[in-house]
Design a binder for this molecule. Structure first.
Ligand code: GSH
Length: 214
């Protein structure tokens, strides 16, 4: 089976980072190709891959699979233990992953992933509300597990919250000591650090994203 993951820019593409981490943890060999976002012609390139017109897209032999969660589920079918093995834990991990896939809109808009960014400028209240809701969710899960991850061992849920964790660091968002430890754990992950290293040498800039909260 040959796998190729089309991704957006390392510094900004939170949706791309998620399945990239899952593929790494699954130890599935894959090629990756960056498509520079927000430049003339970029949308045509995305639409040439799939009708979704977004990245990430996983090419599986000759088939194209868009969407971070669908790609992660594909990996979970191929490789066990990307979800918790206990059925109740798995259902809860899938629920909180879906929550991240569909929600926290204000946090996503007002504090977009921008790995090179470090600022302490105040963010709007709706963003703070999302951040507080996320911290409460993490604290609840971490209090019921031994850690260091949301469901003890690393799972797809942690992949989905990794880009969110970076936003707490980038925008200096309030968090509890327990959540701060979790954020540090995700950001110290060697696979995440490989991705972050690419973001630090990447030269493509998304000016609109860089302007958020300036
Ligand atoms: N629900 C999709 C969202 C993907 C998405 O919005 N990706 C962004 C990059 S992070 C994108 O392709 N943006 C380009 C555009 O919308 O024109 C997923 O989970 O993969």
């Amino acid at each position: 089976m040959s796998l190729k993951l089309y991704i957006g820019n390392y510094n900004y593409s939170s949706w791309s980072l998620r399945p990239w981490l899952v593929l790494r943890k699954a130890e599935l060999p894959f090629e990756e190709q960056v498509i520079d976002l927000d430049i003339p012609g970029y949308k045509d390139k995305l639409l040439a891959l799939t009708d979704a017109g977004t990245v990430p897209v996983l090419q599986i032999n000759d088939d194209m699979l868009p969407d971070s969660l669908a790609i992660s589920e594909f990996c979970a079918k191929a490789v066990p233990n990307l979800w918790p093995t206990d059925p109740k834990e798995k259902a809860e991990a899938q629920r909180v992953t879906k929550l991240m896939h569909e929600g926290f809109q204000a946090l996503r808009n007002e504090a977009p992933m921008n790995l090179r960014r470090r600022t302490s400028k105040p963010v709007p209240q709706n963003c703070l509300d999302d951040a507080a809701e996320m911290v409460a969710l993490w604290d609840d899960l971490l209090s019921r597990h031994d850690g260091p991850f949301l469901f003890n061992d690393w799972s797809i849920a942690d992949a989905f919250y990794t880009p969110a964790a970076t936003r707490f660091a980038s925008y200096d968002l309030p968090r509890t000591a327990r959540s701060d430890t979790y954020i540090s754990e995700l950001m110290a992950d060697p696979d995440f650090q490989d991705w972050e290293a690419e973001a630090f040498i990447e030269t493509h800039i998304l000016p609109e994203t860089d302007k958020v909260n300036q």
